[in-house]
Design a binder for this molecule. Structure first.
Ligand SMILES: Nc1nc2c(ncn2[C@@H]2O[C@H](COP(=O)(O)OP(=O)(O)O)[C@@H](O)[C@H]2O)c(=O)[nH]1
Ligand SMILES: [Mg+2]
Length: 392
């Protein structure tokens, strides 16, 4: 009896298993996940044999090299050895978004000797040649016409007033150097175009064309991505010094310039608008021209780099706005950029998607009341990009 019962139990168990198997294999309510390990071949997609799925090669990385003429251009960075990791971040982004396709050189300038670690790390990151230069002492020190006691007193006063970098000597040397000397450094004399890069900046969109060639082909000499108003306390007499210069050298003031960007009363007063010079792509021959050198020399003798705290941004901007034709200054809407605390994120969703941008359009500073970019558009009779109203 016990043997028959065990035998029946085996038969029942086998039957249940068979029924279960039948249901599992014929079930149509739980679709099986197709295995995606093998991608269709491109020729099969083209022949219509398989539906086009990923990968979308159009959205892949661009070619690793760019064809076409290589311009006589370089990146340029002023930095201290201690800026190494901050400049490494910047370089990596510039390379990923632009220079891995173009391999332009990179010149590093410093008032001190660069150390081996700085050179090793930056050389490994840059896809072009790297060059390291020490700034001659006479370009990074008090000129003999500056009264150092008076300069020290100003620094004390600015410290009291908590003006940013107001008490710093090195910041003043830096601003004066960027205003009047970097383009004359022996390493820079080989080049016609420069792109200035600072530590800790970010690039948010692909740049698939040669920006230097764009500048040359379109007869541009200076460019910007962000513009804003300067702190008045740092430049109380800068405009007076500019007016002295233009009175002495009217021949350097170009017809059809951008005075409207700088002044609301045709030059009587300065409205403090300037292009933010931590990003610049520009023409070195223009900076080395007698017009610009006369301008810088005149401002330098006025003393405001030390008796006030003139920044290279208003100094470059005023020069560009008065001594270049307005068509020679370019706004790069498509170069998305961040330098603390401002972001330029291109206006226009199509541009942002086409260029694979990763900036938040809400962060864009262009149409904010503290930006001068609207004014630039007005002065140049340019139509603002579609969608700008939503970003105001
Ligand atoms: N070699 C050197 N570079 C400096 C010095 N001070 C500032 N810089 C560089 O000058 C640029 C502007 O300085 P930064 O601190 O970014 O000023 P900010 O952007 O105006 O806040 C950066 O590229 C710095 O690395 C300095 O004392 N020596
Ligand atoms: Mg900076």
């Amino acid at each position: 009896m016990a043997g028959t019962q065990r035998y029946l139990r085996y038969i029942m168990f086998a039957l249940v298993c068979l029924i279960l198997l039948f249901f599992i294999s014929s079930s149509s309510t739980v679709p099986a996940t197709p295995w995606q390990g093998v991608k269709p071949q491109d020729q099969d997609v083209e022949a219509g044999k398989v539906p086009p799925t990923t990968p979308n090669t159009q959205n892949g990385l661009g070619p690793a090299t760019a064809s076409g003429e290589h311009m006589n251009a370089t990146f340029v960075t002023l930095a201290r050895n201690s800026d190494i990791w901050e400049i490494a971040r910047s370089i990596r982004q510039v390379e990923d978004r632009f220079n891995r396709k173009f391999h332009y050189d990179w010149v590093f300038l410093n008032d001190d000797e660069f150390n081996d670690e700085f050179k090793k790390v930056t050389t490994s990151l840059v896809s072009g040649k790297t060059k390291y230069g020490k700034i001659p002492t006479e370009h990074w020190s008090f000129p003999d016409f500056i009264d150092q006691d008076k300069a020290a007193q100003v620094r004390e006063e600015m410290k009291e007033k908590k003006i940013i970098y107001g008490d710093s000597i090195s910041y003043r040397h830096m601003c004066r150097y960027e205003s009047g000397f970097f383009f004359r450094h022996p390493l820079m004399l080989d080049y016609e175009w420069y792109w200035r890069v600072e530590p800790s900046v970010e690039l948010f969109c692909d740049i698939d064309y040669d920006t230097f060639k764009f500048m040359a082909d379109n007869k541009k000499k200076y460019s910007f991505v962000l513009s804003l108003y300067e702190y008045v306390e740092t430049i109380p007499t800068l405009w007076d010094a500019v007016k002295n210069f233009t009175a002495a050298h009217p021949e350097h003031v170009v017809e059809g310039n951008s005075m409207g960007f700088l002044s609301d009363d045709d030059g009587k007063t300065y409205n403090h608008c300037h292009f933010w010079s931590n990003f610049e792509i520009g023409n070195l021959n223009w900076l080395r021209s007698s017009a610009y050198i006369d301008y810088f020399t005149s401002l330098d003798h006025a003393g405001g780099f030390f008796y006030e705290r003139w920044g290279d941004a208003p100094v470059h901007s005023i020069a560009a706005a008065l001594m270049l034709k307005k068509e020679e200054i370019h706004f790069f809407n498509d170069i998305a950029y961040y330098h603390v605390p401002f972001t330029h994120c291109p206006t226009g969703e199509k541009t942002r998607l086409d260029l694979k941008c990763h900036c938040n359009p809400k962060d864009n500073f262009d149409w904010n009341g503290y930006s001068c970019t609207s004014r630039f558009f007005e002065v140049n009779g340019m139509t603002k990009p579609e969608g700008y109203e939503k970003e105001q």
